[in-house]
Design a protein around this ligand. Structure first.
Ligand SMILES: [Zn+2]
Ligand SMILES: [Zn+2]
Length: 329
Protein backbone atom coordinates (compact mmCIF):
# COMPACT_ATOMS: atom_id res chain seq x y z
CA UNK A 1 0.00 0.00 0.00
CA UNK A 2 1.29 3.48 -0.86
CA UNK A 3 2.10 5.70 2.10
CA UNK A 4 2.21 9.42 2.76
CA UNK A 5 4.27 11.34 5.26
CA UNK A 6 2.54 14.06 7.28
CA UNK A 7 3.11 16.46 10.16
CA UNK A 8 0.10 16.30 12.46
CA UNK A 9 -1.04 18.54 15.32
CA UNK A 10 -2.79 16.42 17.97
CA UNK A 11 -4.11 19.39 19.94
CA UNK A 12 -3.17 22.98 20.81
CA UNK A 13 -0.04 23.49 22.87
CA UNK A 14 1.98 20.48 21.68
CA UNK A 15 4.51 20.19 18.82
CA UNK A 16 3.51 18.75 15.47
CA UNK A 17 4.48 15.11 15.10
CA UNK A 18 5.71 13.25 12.00
CA UNK A 19 3.62 10.31 10.94
CA UNK A 20 3.33 7.84 8.05
CA UNK A 21 -0.06 6.62 6.97
CA UNK A 22 -1.94 5.13 4.02
CA UNK A 23 -2.37 7.38 1.00
CA UNK A 24 -6.00 8.58 1.03
CA UNK A 25 -8.24 8.06 -2.01
CA UNK A 26 -10.01 11.09 -3.50
CA UNK A 27 -13.78 11.43 -3.02
CA UNK A 28 -16.02 12.24 -6.00
CA UNK A 29 -15.13 15.96 -6.14
CA UNK A 30 -11.59 15.62 -4.81
CA UNK A 31 -8.11 15.40 -6.27
CA UNK A 32 -5.13 13.65 -4.70
CA UNK A 33 -2.13 15.95 -4.85
CA UNK A 34 1.59 15.28 -4.52
CA UNK A 35 2.62 18.35 -2.50
CA UNK A 36 5.59 20.31 -3.90
CA UNK A 37 5.52 23.17 -1.36
CA UNK A 38 3.31 24.44 1.46
CA UNK A 39 3.61 27.85 3.05
CA UNK A 40 3.48 28.51 6.80
CA UNK A 41 0.80 31.08 7.60
CA UNK A 42 0.29 32.98 10.84
CA UNK A 43 -3.06 31.20 11.08
CA UNK A 44 -1.10 27.96 11.59
CA UNK A 45 0.38 29.54 14.73
CA UNK A 46 -3.14 30.31 15.94
CA UNK A 47 -4.02 26.63 15.35
CA UNK A 48 -1.05 25.58 17.47
CA UNK A 49 -2.13 27.99 20.18
CA UNK A 50 -5.84 27.05 20.08
CA UNK A 51 -6.84 30.65 19.25
CA UNK A 52 -9.34 29.73 16.53
CA UNK A 53 -11.98 27.00 16.13
CA UNK A 54 -10.45 23.97 14.43
CA UNK A 55 -10.74 20.20 14.20
CA UNK A 56 -8.02 18.31 16.08
CA UNK A 57 -6.04 16.26 15.32
CA UNK A 58 -5.30 18.21 12.15
CA UNK A 59 -2.67 18.35 9.42
CA UNK A 60 -2.18 22.15 9.05
CA UNK A 61 -1.23 23.96 5.86
CA UNK A 62 -3.39 26.01 3.48
CA UNK A 63 -0.83 27.44 1.05
CA UNK A 64 -0.37 24.30 -1.00
CA UNK A 65 1.20 23.89 -4.42
CA UNK A 66 1.39 20.45 -5.97
CA UNK A 67 0.63 18.17 -8.87
CA UNK A 68 -2.47 16.05 -9.27
CA UNK A 69 -1.93 12.30 -8.98
CA UNK A 70 -5.53 11.12 -9.33
CA UNK A 71 -9.01 12.62 -9.58
CA UNK A 72 -12.44 11.64 -8.23
CA UNK A 73 -15.27 10.53 -10.50
CA UNK A 74 -17.08 13.89 -10.57
CA UNK A 75 -14.01 16.06 -11.22
CA UNK A 76 -13.95 17.92 -14.51
CA UNK A 77 -11.33 20.24 -15.98
CA UNK A 78 -8.40 18.83 -14.01
CA UNK A 79 -6.27 15.79 -14.80
CA UNK A 80 -3.28 13.92 -13.37
CA UNK A 81 -0.08 15.93 -13.84
CA UNK A 82 -1.80 19.35 -13.61
CA UNK A 83 -0.26 21.82 -11.17
CA UNK A 84 -2.76 23.35 -8.73
CA UNK A 85 -2.81 25.66 -5.75
CA UNK A 86 -4.99 24.90 -2.72
CA UNK A 87 -6.11 27.88 -0.61
CA UNK A 88 -7.66 28.36 2.82
CA UNK A 89 -11.23 28.13 1.47
CA UNK A 90 -11.64 24.38 1.11
CA UNK A 91 -15.38 24.25 0.47
CA UNK A 92 -18.69 26.05 0.91
CA UNK A 93 -22.32 24.91 1.17
CA UNK A 94 -23.52 26.75 -1.93
CA UNK A 95 -26.96 27.10 -0.30
CA UNK A 96 -26.78 29.72 2.44
CA UNK A 97 -27.62 33.38 1.95
CA UNK A 98 -23.96 34.35 1.83
CA UNK A 99 -23.08 31.75 -0.81
CA UNK A 100 -26.06 32.79 -2.91
CA UNK A 101 -25.16 36.48 -2.78
CA UNK A 102 -21.57 36.25 -3.99
CA UNK A 103 -20.12 36.21 -0.46
CA UNK A 104 -19.00 32.61 -0.15
CA UNK A 105 -16.13 33.81 2.06
CA UNK A 106 -18.80 34.25 4.77
CA UNK A 107 -20.50 30.85 4.19
CA UNK A 108 -22.36 29.44 7.20
CA UNK A 109 -20.99 25.91 6.67
CA UNK A 110 -17.52 26.25 5.18
CA UNK A 111 -14.50 23.93 5.10
CA UNK A 112 -11.11 25.45 5.75
CA UNK A 113 -7.99 23.74 4.49
CA UNK A 114 -5.59 22.70 7.22
CA UNK A 115 -8.12 23.74 9.88
CA UNK A 116 -11.38 21.80 9.53
CA UNK A 117 -10.04 19.45 6.81
CA UNK A 118 -6.48 18.13 6.59
CA UNK A 119 -4.02 20.37 4.74
CA UNK A 120 -0.62 20.45 3.13
CA UNK A 121 1.99 19.82 5.83
CA UNK A 122 2.32 16.49 4.05
CA UNK A 123 3.84 14.69 1.10
CA UNK A 124 0.32 14.24 -0.32
CA UNK A 125 -3.07 15.78 0.38
CA UNK A 126 -6.66 15.79 -0.80
CA UNK A 127 -8.49 18.90 -1.98
CA UNK A 128 -11.89 19.71 -3.47
CA UNK A 129 -11.15 20.35 -7.14
CA UNK A 130 -13.78 23.11 -7.32
CA UNK A 131 -11.76 25.29 -4.92
CA UNK A 132 -8.29 24.79 -6.43
CA UNK A 133 -6.58 27.47 -8.50
CA UNK A 134 -4.38 27.34 -11.55
CA UNK A 135 -1.08 29.15 -10.91
CA UNK A 136 0.72 31.24 -13.53
CA UNK A 137 3.41 28.96 -15.04
CA UNK A 138 6.19 31.52 -14.62
CA UNK A 139 5.97 31.30 -10.80
CA UNK A 140 7.86 28.33 -9.31
CA UNK A 141 6.35 26.04 -6.67
CA UNK A 142 8.07 27.53 -3.60
CA UNK A 143 7.43 31.13 -4.64
CA UNK A 144 3.79 30.33 -5.43
CA UNK A 145 2.98 28.80 -2.03
CA UNK A 146 2.75 32.05 0.01
CA UNK A 147 0.54 33.58 -2.66
CA UNK A 148 -2.26 31.16 -1.72
CA UNK A 149 -3.05 32.82 1.58
CA UNK A 150 -0.64 35.64 2.42
CA UNK A 151 -1.03 36.97 -1.12
CA UNK A 152 -4.70 36.21 -1.58
CA UNK A 153 -5.99 37.46 1.76
CA UNK A 154 -3.77 40.49 1.33
CA UNK A 155 -5.32 41.05 -2.08
CA UNK A 156 -8.82 40.91 -0.62
CA UNK A 157 -7.75 43.32 2.13
CA UNK A 158 -6.33 45.71 -0.47
CA UNK A 159 -9.59 45.56 -2.44
CA UNK A 160 -11.50 46.48 0.71
CA UNK A 161 -9.04 49.27 1.44
CA UNK A 162 -10.35 51.14 -1.60
CA UNK A 163 -8.54 53.19 -4.21
CA UNK A 164 -6.55 55.42 -1.84
CA UNK A 165 -3.04 56.21 -2.97
CA UNK A 166 -1.19 56.30 0.34
CA UNK A 167 -1.31 52.89 2.02
CA UNK A 168 0.09 51.74 5.37
CA UNK A 169 0.95 48.10 6.14
CA UNK A 170 1.14 47.17 9.83
CA UNK A 171 3.13 43.99 10.47
CA UNK A 172 5.62 43.42 7.67
CA UNK A 173 5.60 39.63 7.34
CA UNK A 174 4.62 37.20 4.60
CA UNK A 175 1.42 38.99 3.57
CA UNK A 176 2.70 42.57 3.72
CA UNK A 177 5.87 41.85 1.76
CA UNK A 178 3.72 40.56 -1.12
CA UNK A 179 1.07 43.27 -0.82
CA UNK A 180 3.70 46.00 -0.77
CA UNK A 181 4.83 44.80 -4.20
CA UNK A 182 1.26 44.66 -5.51
CA UNK A 183 0.41 48.14 -4.19
CA UNK A 184 3.65 49.59 -5.60
CA UNK A 185 2.90 48.01 -8.99
CA UNK A 186 -0.49 49.74 -8.83
CA UNK A 187 1.31 53.06 -8.41
CA UNK A 188 0.50 53.51 -4.74
CA UNK A 189 2.71 54.95 -2.03
CA UNK A 190 3.48 52.27 0.55
CA UNK A 191 4.36 52.82 4.20
CA UNK A 192 5.61 49.85 6.23
CA UNK A 193 5.13 49.65 10.01
CA UNK A 194 7.14 47.02 11.89
CA UNK A 195 7.63 46.16 15.54
CA UNK A 196 9.31 49.21 17.12
CA UNK A 197 13.08 48.95 16.76
CA UNK A 198 12.95 46.24 14.07
CA UNK A 199 15.65 47.83 11.90
CA UNK A 200 16.09 44.64 9.85
CA UNK A 201 12.38 44.48 8.98
CA UNK A 202 12.36 48.17 8.07
CA UNK A 203 15.41 47.75 5.83
CA UNK A 204 13.66 44.77 4.16
CA UNK A 205 10.59 46.94 3.49
CA UNK A 206 12.71 49.74 1.98
CA UNK A 207 14.61 47.22 -0.16
CA UNK A 208 11.28 46.11 -1.65
CA UNK A 209 10.55 49.73 -2.63
CA UNK A 210 8.41 50.98 0.24
CA UNK A 211 8.46 54.77 0.42
CA UNK A 212 8.77 54.84 4.19
CA UNK A 213 9.38 52.31 6.96
CA UNK A 214 9.21 52.80 10.71
CA UNK A 215 7.93 51.39 13.97
CA UNK A 216 4.21 50.92 14.58
CA UNK A 217 4.49 53.54 17.35
CA UNK A 218 5.58 56.18 14.82
CA UNK A 219 3.34 58.48 12.78
CA UNK A 220 3.72 58.30 9.00
CA UNK A 221 5.14 61.43 7.29
CA UNK A 222 1.65 62.21 5.93
CA UNK A 223 -1.84 60.88 6.77
CA UNK A 224 -2.71 57.56 5.10
CA UNK A 225 -5.71 56.86 2.88
CA UNK A 226 -5.90 53.31 4.22
CA UNK A 227 -4.12 51.07 6.69
CA UNK A 228 -3.96 47.27 6.49
CA UNK A 229 -3.17 45.42 9.72
CA UNK A 230 -1.56 42.00 9.36
CA UNK A 231 -0.14 41.66 12.88
CA UNK A 232 -2.45 39.97 15.45
CA UNK A 233 -2.16 42.94 17.81
CA UNK A 234 -5.39 44.75 18.69
CA UNK A 235 -3.48 47.77 20.02
CA UNK A 236 -2.53 48.55 16.42
CA UNK A 237 -6.14 49.39 15.54
CA UNK A 238 -6.35 52.73 17.40
CA UNK A 239 -2.79 53.53 16.26
CA UNK A 240 -3.71 52.92 12.63
CA UNK A 241 -6.91 54.91 13.06
CA UNK A 242 -4.82 57.90 14.16
CA UNK A 243 -2.60 57.46 11.09
CA UNK A 244 -5.42 57.59 8.51
CA UNK A 245 -6.90 60.75 7.05
CA UNK A 246 -10.61 61.65 7.08
CA UNK A 247 -12.54 58.99 5.16
CA UNK A 248 -9.68 56.55 5.72
CA UNK A 249 -10.16 52.84 6.21
CA UNK A 250 -8.44 50.54 8.67
CA UNK A 251 -8.64 46.95 7.40
CA UNK A 252 -7.87 44.12 9.84
CA UNK A 253 -6.64 41.21 7.73
CA UNK A 254 -5.86 38.57 10.35
CA UNK A 255 -8.15 35.77 11.58
CA UNK A 256 -7.32 36.45 15.22
CA UNK A 257 -6.29 39.55 17.15
CA UNK A 258 -5.77 40.47 20.77
CA UNK A 259 -8.43 42.78 22.21
CA UNK A 260 -8.69 46.28 20.80
CA UNK A 261 -8.17 48.92 23.51
CA UNK A 262 -10.73 51.70 23.98
CA UNK A 263 -10.09 54.91 22.05
CA UNK A 264 -11.76 58.33 21.77
CA UNK A 265 -14.66 58.60 19.32
CA UNK A 266 -12.91 61.64 17.85
CA UNK A 267 -10.35 59.24 16.33
CA UNK A 268 -13.12 57.49 14.37
CA UNK A 269 -14.96 60.68 13.50
CA UNK A 270 -14.57 62.06 9.99
CA UNK A 271 -15.98 58.96 8.29
CA UNK A 272 -13.03 56.81 9.19
CA UNK A 273 -13.94 53.11 9.29
CA UNK A 274 -12.63 49.86 10.74
CA UNK A 275 -13.41 46.56 9.06
CA UNK A 276 -12.19 42.99 8.99
CA UNK A 277 -11.39 40.68 6.12
CA UNK A 278 -12.65 37.12 6.44
CA UNK A 279 -11.42 34.28 4.24
CA UNK A 280 -11.60 34.58 0.46
CA UNK A 281 -13.89 33.91 -2.48
CA UNK A 282 -12.88 32.00 -5.58
CA UNK A 283 -13.29 35.26 -7.47
CA UNK A 284 -10.58 36.82 -5.26
CA UNK A 285 -8.25 34.04 -6.41
CA UNK A 286 -9.06 34.42 -10.08
CA UNK A 287 -8.58 38.20 -10.06
CA UNK A 288 -5.45 37.95 -7.92
CA UNK A 289 -3.61 35.43 -10.09
CA UNK A 290 -4.68 37.31 -13.24
CA UNK A 291 -3.37 40.59 -11.77
CA UNK A 292 -0.03 39.41 -10.44
CA UNK A 293 0.96 37.55 -13.60
CA UNK A 294 1.85 40.96 -15.05
CA UNK A 295 3.24 42.50 -11.85
CA UNK A 296 6.42 40.46 -11.30
CA UNK A 297 5.56 40.01 -7.64
CA UNK A 298 8.39 37.99 -6.11
CA UNK A 299 7.89 36.14 -2.86
CA UNK A 300 10.93 36.14 -0.59
CA UNK A 301 10.96 32.63 0.86
CA UNK A 302 12.84 30.63 3.44
CA UNK A 303 12.59 26.89 2.77
CA UNK A 304 12.34 24.29 5.56
CA UNK A 305 12.12 20.50 5.12
CA UNK A 306 8.64 19.21 6.01
CA UNK A 307 9.98 17.45 9.11
CA UNK A 308 11.21 20.82 10.42
CA UNK A 309 7.69 22.28 10.49
CA UNK A 310 8.02 23.06 14.21
CA UNK A 311 11.18 25.08 13.56
CA UNK A 312 9.47 26.91 10.69
CA UNK A 313 6.53 27.82 12.92
CA UNK A 314 8.91 29.05 15.63
CA UNK A 315 10.78 31.18 13.08
CA UNK A 316 7.54 32.84 11.93
CA UNK A 317 6.48 33.38 15.53
CA UNK A 318 9.80 35.04 16.40
CA UNK A 319 9.84 37.21 13.28
CA UNK A 320 13.20 35.56 12.58
CA UNK A 321 12.85 35.49 8.80
CA UNK A 322 12.11 38.07 6.12
CA UNK A 323 9.20 37.13 3.86
CA UNK A 324 7.54 33.71 4.05
CA UNK A 325 8.46 30.28 5.43
CA UNK A 326 7.74 27.40 3.05
CA UNK A 327 7.81 23.66 3.79
CA UNK A 328 9.06 21.24 1.16
CA UNK A 329 8.39 17.51 1.56
ZN1 LIG B 1 -22.74 28.73 2.30
ZN1 LIG C 1 -3.39 31.81 5.97
Amino acid sequence: MQQRHVMRLARPGVPLEPCDEALPAPGPHQVLIAVAACGVCRTDLHLCDGDIPARYPIIPGHEIVGRIMSVGGEVSGLAPGDRVGVPWLGGTCGQCGFCRSGRENLCDAPSFTGCTVDGGYASHCLADARYCFAIPPEIDDVAAAPLLCAGLIGWRALRLAGQGRRIGLYGFGAAAHLLAQVALAQGREVHAFTRPGDARGQAFARALGCHWAGGSDEAPPAPLDAALIFAPVGALVPLALKAVAKGGRVVCAGIHMTDIPAFPYADLWGERSILSVANLTRDDGLTFFAAIAAMRVKAVTHVFPLDEANAAIAAVRDGAIDGAAVLVP
